[in-house]
Write a protein that binds this ligand. Structure first.
Ligand code: ZN
Length: 418
């Protein structure tokens, strides 16, 4: 009899749990907030590179960024000095394939000797981008102009800083990074030009020379493109100065191993931002520098990124299940869910895509610590939803007052409260 009673009670409790306490949701209001003592926050810390180093346990917290690029094949008027279409289209795609492969296959640093510098995914790639609405525009252009088709890196007639090709032939300069592939000077001039591709970053464009008379294979542009794009996103040469990255040691800048008893027997760098035959290693500090530039709303490099954070992607929901602090800005492409037991502290800018919600499940906690919640595209996101279950509500803590913009359901913060 007692056993029957106990069983009945258990069934009743299960029914109660399953039927009577359907979880509910409501948009967070001022009465939901729980205030914590302030901890102090320096907003300038939000853009320190160290806050953008990919977390290998949570790679999705730093979405992959796509840099829009186009390629210009500069040519002589008689079209003899460079590729012409349609071959240029094919070569351009192969060049970008190898440049992307170089980013994908980040390698371990050679220096300092015996280092244990982690090898992390770089989380950015290139996308050839044509003009929207222009049929057949693949972002590959050929120009025939005897007055400015060639590139001289050093010596008499040096023209690497000459911006005329950019001004004359640039396409979508505000939103696409223009890369100019330029032949060596016409034959017969001295001194000879480098036999490897060389380049220069000019802020809104990149010029790459050293092409011809026989063109390099497409993979040979990987190092120079990735190096010059590194400059665009704030990376400096690593070998001789303080480049701001603790994991890129000064070095003799050897091109390759010499096997001649010199320091280039061993102290050869393979870092992207040194001059060497490999340019294959990008350190955590360098990755953080690039992403901190990409996150700055005012940086020029950000304008070249595909704004994938504007439109809500249901596949890109981020679920927080442990304790996490975001000390850097984030441009999210999906919704943000703090699961039961999860704790997320926001200290910087977070952009939510259009119509996206932040959902704090019962037993989950969101802490707003002087953060800035908005939609970086001038669109509207939804708001913060708190879940109430039978036993727990999603918690919303405030350590320092946030700025909440562009929300359809903003937290109704009284104007007179701190
Ligand atoms: Zn350089």
């Amino acid at each position: 009899m007692n056993r029957m009673l106990a069983l009945s009670c258990l069934v009743f409790v299960l029914l109660l749990e399953n039927c009577s306490f359907t979880p509910t949701f409501h948009y967070a209001g001022y009465s939901d907030l729980v205030f914590l003592p302030p901890a102090g926050q320096n907003p300038s810390r939000c853009y320190l590179p160290e806050n953008y180093v990919p977390d290998t346990n949570h790679l999705d917290h730093l979405p992959v960024k796509y840099i829009r690029v186009n390629l210009h094949f500069m040519n002589s008027a008689d079209s003899s000095a460079n590729f012409t279409q349609p071959e240029a289209d094919s070569v351009a795609h192969r060049i970008m394939y190898y440049a992307n492969a170089g980013l994908e296959r980040n390698m371990k640093m050679f220096l300092p000797l015996g280092n244990d510098t982690p090898v992390l995914p770089v989380r950015y790639r290139y996308r050839l981008t044509g003009r929207p609405g222009v049929p057949g525009d693949k972002g590959v252009y050929c120009h025939f102009d005897d007055s400015m088709f060639y590139y001289i890196h050093k010596g008499p007639g040096q023209n690497l800083y000459d911006r005329r090709p950019v001004r004359t032939y640039g396409v979508q300069l505000d939103t696409v990074l223009n890369i100019f592939l330029m032949p060596n000077r016409p034959e017969g001039d001295d001194p000879p030009e480098p036999t490897m591709p060389v380049g220069v970053a000019l802020g809104n464009a990149i010029k790459i020379g050293g092409i011809g008379p026989a063109p390099h294979p497409p993979w040979n542009y990987k190092g120079v493109i990735n190096h010059e794009v590194g400059h665009i996103y704030g990376l400096r040469h690593a070998w001789h100065t303080n480049d701001g990255c603790a994991d890129t040691p000064p070095n003799p800048n050897c091109w390759n191993f010499t096997h001649d008893g010199s320091e280039c027997d061993s102290l050869v760098s393979n870092n992207l931002m040194d001059y060497n035959s490999r340019q294959e290693a990008i350190t955590p500090g360098q990755i953080g520098t690039v992403h901190s530039q990409m996150a700055r709303l005012t940086s020029r490099g950000r304008r070249y990124l595909e704004p994938r954070w504007c439109k809500l992607d249901p596949e890109k929901t981020i679920r927080i299940r442990d304790s996490t602090v975001w000390n850097g800005a984030r441009d999210l492409e999906g919704e943000l869910v703090i699961e039961p037991g999860g704790y997320l502290r926001l200290r910087c800018r977070v952009s939510l895509p259009g119509n996206a919600r932040i959902i704090v499940a019962g037993g989950g906690t969101l802490e707003l610590d002087g953060c800035h919640l908005h939609n970086a595209c001038g669109d509207q996101w939804d708001g913060i939803l708190l879940q109430q279950t039978a036993s727990k509500q999603g918690r919303l803590l405030v350590r320092q007052k946030p700025v909440i913009e562009h929300a359809l359901h903003p937290v109704d913060w009284p104007a007179t409260t701190p």
